[in-house]
Ligand binder design. Structure first.
Ligand code: HEC
Ligand SMILES: [Cu+2]
Length: 344
């Protein structure tokens, strides 16, 4: 098809408008998005403050530089009849001094703020001053251990609002990175090494995050949910984790069958359920499974149908998942999925 040049220009202009809208609107959904520019706690607040102040300093510098550039281009442009080079200025001490010292002062100001906050952010709180949670990265899920309460859970991190939480980070396999943007920046989890970061949520709520260091096929589906709860609700969660509901009564026939099948099918060789003698340590701890909003490391909602789909064929749900497909008959899948729905 032949397109006139006018028509083509029109198309290009329209394409540009669409591209502009797509790019600018892609940042929408601000309130719930994983955005470091919408901090929900002191760590993220400090980091957002540093980046916004650097941003505005850079904007002012750019405005000054580009204004000077435009003025110079217009004022000193070649005039009709002008021949040869205009008079050359060189070695003006005052100008040299100004453009050396001014940037140095600006950079020093930015450096002072950054260094000051680095000490605040880099502080490692002992267990007496912050709730300690040991975080272990696994391909492709998160393990959370609370040494003070002797609790282990996975993928959904419960924290009390308004309290400092010291995360002690390591990895069981390859490098991962813990990133919940509204609570704080990224910190790597490195095998054989311990890293630290503290976070605090100022408001109750669900904060989303994800692994931020490529770790294999399932990397993009290695998500984090932080459930920041008022202290009383957090304490209730700790209580319920310490007294888990883990074996259904025999009268609940299907769930009880699922409880038995869980061992018979081999699930218990990889998964722990506190309150039973299932204590596998390869996959996520399932003790509080029915409390979790999502499964498969926060990939799909925790419904009976989704639990069945997961047990039936994990890789179909989450490519690269390291839980094997055990090829169970559908009635066994249903019984186990029902049983998992009773775990609190
Ligand atoms: C060889 C070890 C292994 C076996 C056997 C195994 N799993 Fe898993 N399971 C895993 C791993 C690893 C994951 C994490 C997968 C991911 O999210 O990438 C997992 C994840 C899960 C999850 C999701 C937990 C969450 O919070 O995201 C459930 C539920 C689960 N397994 C149930 C079962 C059941 C039921 C069986 C038996 C039919 C079973 N598993 C057998 C290793 C295993
Ligand atoms: Cu990862």
């Amino acid at each position: 098809m032949l397109v006139s040049s006018k028509h083509r220009r029109h198309l290009i202009r329209r394409g540009a408008v669409v591209a502009f809208l797509a790019i600018s609107l892609s940042g929408c959904g601000f309130a719930t998005a994983q955005s470091p520019l919408n901090p929900a706690g002191p760590v993220a607040q400090i980091q957002a403050g540093l980046i916004t102040s650097s941003f505005w300093i850079m904007m002012i510098v750019s405005a000054v530089v580009f204004t000077a550039l435009v003025v110079a281009v217009i004022r000193f442009r070649a005039r009709p009849g002008q021949r040869g080079l205009p008079p050359q200025t060189e070695g003006n001490n005052r100008v040299e001094f100004l453009w050396t010292v001014t940037p140095a002062i600006i950079l020093a100001l930015m450096m002072i703020g950054t260094i000051k906050e680095s000490f605040v952010l880099g502080k490692i709180y002992p267990a007496s001053q912050a709730l300690q949670v040991d975080v272990t990265g696994h391909q492709f899920w998160w393990e959370f251990q609370y040494p003070s309460a002797n609790i282990t859970t996975a993928n959904e991190l419960h924290i009390p609002v308004g309290e400092k939480v010291e995360l002690v980070l390591t990895s069981a396999d390859v490098m991962h990175s813990f990133w919940v943007p509204r609570l704080g920046g990224k910190t790597d989890l490195i095998p054989g090494r311990t890293n630290y970061m503290w976070i605090e949520a100022s408001q109750p709520g669900i904060y989303h995050g994800q692994c931020a260091e490529f770790c294999g096929t399932g990397h993009a589906d290695m998500r984090i949910t932080v459930d920041a709860e008022p202290p009383a609700r957090y304490a209730a969660w700790v209580q319920s984790m310490s007294h888990p509901v883990s074996i259904p009564p025999k009268s609940n026939t299907l769930a009880y069958q699922g409880y038995l099948d869980f061992a018979a099918a081999g699930c218990s060789s990889c998964h722990t359920i506190a309150g039973t003698n299932y204590n596998g340590a390869v996959g996520p701890n399932l003790t509080d499974l029915s409390d979790r909003l999502m499964i498969a490391a926060n990939l799909i909602p925790n419904t009976l149908a989704n639990r069945e789909a997961w047990i039936h064929d994990p890789q179909a749900v989450k490519p690269g998942a390291l839980m094997p497909n055990l090829h169970l008959p559908m009635n066994e899948v249903r019984a186990i999925a029902t049983y998992l729905g009773t775990l609190r």
